[in-house]
Design a protein around this ligand. Sequence first.
Ligand SMILES: NC(=O)c1ccc[n+]([C@@H]2O[C@H](COP(=O)([O-])OP(=O)(O)OC[C@H]3O[C@@H](n4cnc5c(N)ncnc54)[C@H](O)[C@@H]3O)[C@@H](O)[C@H]2O)c1
Length: 257
Amino acid sequence: MTDIKVALVTGAARGIGRAIALRLASSSYHVVVGDLDHAAVLRVQEEIEQGGGKSTAVQLDVTAKDSREATLRLCSEKLGRLDVLVNCAGVLKDVLIERMPLTLFSSLMAVNLIGPLALIGASVDLMRRSGGGAIVNISSRAWLGTFGSTAYSTSKGGLVGASRSLALELGRYGITVNCIAPGFIETEMTAALPEHVRQQIFASIAVRHIGQPDDIARAVAFLAEAPYCTGQVLPVCGGRSIGVPELSVNEELKEHQ
Ligand SMILES: NC(=O)c1ccc[n+]([C@@H]2O[C@H](COP(=O)([O-])OP(=O)(O)OC[C@H]3O[C@@H](n4cnc5c(N)ncnc54)[C@H](O)[C@@H]3O)[C@@H](O)[C@H]2O)c1
């Protein structure tokens, strides 16, 4: 087994996954970057290598058993270990419940929940042989509930419930399982939002700036090396999970709002 720790990041071709891959590479992990988009994930591998890091790109469809198994075989046979698994691949589609085709529900669940759980199940043996490790699941603040987002919220809430159960199940092997619940982060996933919606979201962020992919990557880097922290959900949302900033019923405070 090599001394260099190995991290597998799904959905690593762009956005949050790419930022996680870059940050873990800068923390000396050999990062296996997996994504549906092979050309883009190869560019991330090159970016890491140009920065002096180590990386291997794989075309990965988290919904496909063969693809998951081939990725884990690469970790096992070529790199000899797996220390960190970050389930970041995800898709978002909002639709009102009366209009929601069950096929849409199933496809969201396949990428956001079932794929990640299948990947975790298939990774446990290798992580145990590597001496334990950390699993970080990228959920969403939407797990708390978001208008029009039943399918997405269900998939992301499912990740939270699963992570808590898995923390109990895998703790004995030295494997931690945590979730990060990002708030609004500037990526392609959120780029299409109309300006008035962006303004409303901005007004609900206590720290008064919009989150960037590296904000999530920093939290992942922490959880990757936090062996006494498991089964937790870490909101990384600029305070949006707390409530609306500067809204008080106290008249005397009005001038400060
Ligand atoms: N951007 C946000 O504001 C935000 C907020 C909360 C949670 N999240 C979550 O963070 C994660 C990353 O989001 P992002 O904004 O970077 O999204 P993004 O759309 O920019 O990137 C998602 C990546 O996942 C890949 N992907 C999709 N389906 C896949 C599959 N079946 N197998 C492998 N890869 C697949 C895509 O090719 C893409 O590269 C997602 O799980 C998302 O739900 C994002």
